[in-house]
Each structure stands twice: as C-alpha cells, then as structure tokens.
Design a protein around this ligand. Structure first.
Ligand SMILES: Cc1cc2nc3c(=O)[nH]c(=O)nc-3n(C[C@H](O)[C@H](O)[C@H](O)COP(=O)(O)OP(=O)(O)OC[C@H]3O[C@@H](n4cnc5c(N)ncnc54)[C@H](O)[C@@H]3O)c2cc1C
Length: 243
C-alpha cells in the first residue's frame, strides 16, 4: 500500500507494531552518486528471512515504500539495502537523507518472492533497483553450492554497476523504454544453446520494471520454461507511485 491517509498510517503503526523493528542506521556508503548502500541494525531475532524477501518503511506520514535487502542477518541484527536514488518521489528523498545515527522503523521482512533451494540454478533479471536482490541471491547460491546468473537491464551509463558487487557471472544490457526487456531477450536468444540444456533445474526471478517482467515472462514461457519456475515481483511501473 504505497500511499495512505495519515490516520490510516498511524493506525497501521499501532496494529502492526509487533512487525515493526526499530533500527538504527550504522553505516552509509555511496557506491556512486545514485546508488546508496545503507546498513541498519536492530533486533531481528524473532524474524525469518529468505533471500528475495522485502522490507517496508514509512517514508512520509502518508507513504510506504518496499526495498530488498542485499544482506540480512537475523543473528547479527543487520539489514543492508542498496537504494537507487532516481525517481525523485518520497522514497528516494527519504533514502537520500538517511545518515548514521538515524532511527527508523523497519516493517518485515516478508513478501512473495523467496529463494527456492529445490532448484540448482538461479537466474535473476532486473534493473538498477534489483542490484541488492542480485547480490543477496548470489550469496545464497554460493552458500548452497548452486549456480547463479544475473541479467540486468540498465541505462547505458549504468552498465558497469553490476560489477560494484562480486556479481559473477552477470551481464548488463541497455534498457529500452519503448521495447521493455527486448535487449535482454535478444541476449538470451543469442546464448540459448548455453542455458537451455539446464533449464529444468533453473528458477527465474523476474524483478524491476513491470513491463519488462511481462515481456521476459512471455519469452521464457515461449521457450518452454514452466510457469512454476518463474517468480515475478514488479518493483516499479511507469506513472505509478510506489508498488
Ligand atoms: C517489492 C519491491 C522491492 C523493491 N526493492 C528496491 C530496492 O532494493 N532498491 C530500490 O532502489 N528500490 C526498490 N524498490 C522500488 C522502491 O520501492 C521505490 O519504488 C523507489 O525507491 C521509488 O520510490 P519514490 O517514492 O522515489 O518514487 P515514486 O513516487 O514511487 O515514483 C515516482 C515516479 O518515478 C517512476 N519510477 C519509480 N522508480 C523508477 C525507476 N527505477 N526508473 C524509472 N522510473 C521510476 C514512477 O513510475 C513514478 O512515475 C522496490 C519496490 C518493490 C515493490
């Protein structure tokens, strides 16, 4: 629920108080001028986290926004998020002003996307907003002895962002506003011989721009990928505030 009247936000603070975790910002690191990694610390001992899960913050009295931890450790009480400071809405403004020592309330973790350990290959598709997710899935795949691949669609100027983390193997293609996911689909088509033999053991996590997810899902289904192997979570959509 991205925007609500203030009274409803206040009511939710009370009703969901057991799901809110007071956290303190302990570190802020600008990976570049539009990517900000923030470390939150608090008591997460009663939470459960699976890579792919999201958390939520009340970014103004009226607005809530979701974010995907790039790292979450219930024992250490640490949650790290990579914020893409781009959209210019309340979420971006809130993330931009976060400083060490700030205290905020974190809701979650939860959500419908989560790492599926039954698969031995994990493929993440997304854009600048999904870099944190890619990192989290990659670390889980490494821990589990699974294989990982990230395919990012980004603005041309951001194509090396995936290398800010140890995201390997990973490929970045140019995003296309008029043809969502088309450069990414073209890439997959060109290397189909490499990934199709292991497709039955692969889970495809599709995130980022809603229109790109739809196009990528349609393409994967057309190549014989099963519906149960495709997990989707849109992070933003044109003209929509929050999701
Ligand atoms: C489940 C989930 C997980 C998410 N995880 C992350 C995360 O880990 N890191 C992260 O940075 N964001 C993430 N997001 C996106 C985040 O919640 C906000 O949407 C984002 O910060 C923009 O919020 P805003 O209030 O600044 O802009 P909004 O008020 O939501 O949007 C303002 C305008 O900008 C457009 N817009 C929004 N995002 C983009 C974009 N990326 N590119 C182009 N136009 C855009 C909107 O369509 C709208 O027209 C996630 C979203 C969801 C739903």
């Amino acid at each position: 629920m991205p925007s609500v009247p203030k009274w409803l936000g206040d009511t939710m603070d009370v009703v969901f108080r057991n799901m809110y975790h007071p956290v303190i910002v302990t570190n802020v690191h600008y990976l570049n001028n539009q990517l900000k990694k923030v470390r939150f610390e608090g008591d997460f001992s009663k939470t459960k986290f699976t890579p792919g899960n999201v958390v939520e913050f009340r970014v103004t009295p009226n607005d809530f926004r979701h974010y995907t931890p790039s790292y979450f450790n219930t024992t250490e009480g640490v949650c790290e998020i990579v914020f893409y400071l781009h959209a210019g809405g309340p979420g971006s403004h809130w993330a931009k002003q976060l400083q060490p020592g700030d205290t905020v309330k974190l809701l979650g973790p939860g959500g419908k996307l989560s790492y599926l350990p039954a698969f031995s290959n994990h493929f993440v598709f997304g854009d600048e907003t999904a870099i944190g997710l890619m990192n989290c899935v990659k670390e889980e795949a490494d821990r589990s002895g699974h294989s990982f691949f990230a395919l990012a669609e980004t603005q041309v100027a951001h194509r090396d962002w995936i290398h800010l983390f140890s995201l390997q193997p990973a490929v970045s293609v140019e995003s296309s506003s008029g043809d969502p996911a088309i450069p990414a689909i073209r890439f997959l088509n060109d290397v189909a011989e490499e990934w199709e033999p292991s497709v039955k053991d692969t889970c495809f996590y599709l995130t980022g721009r809603a229109k790109s997810i739809l196009a990528m899902r349609k393409y994967l289904l057309s190549r014989g990928v099963g519906m149960k192997q495709i997990k989707t979570e849109p992070y933003w959509a044109e003209g929509k505030k929050g999701l």
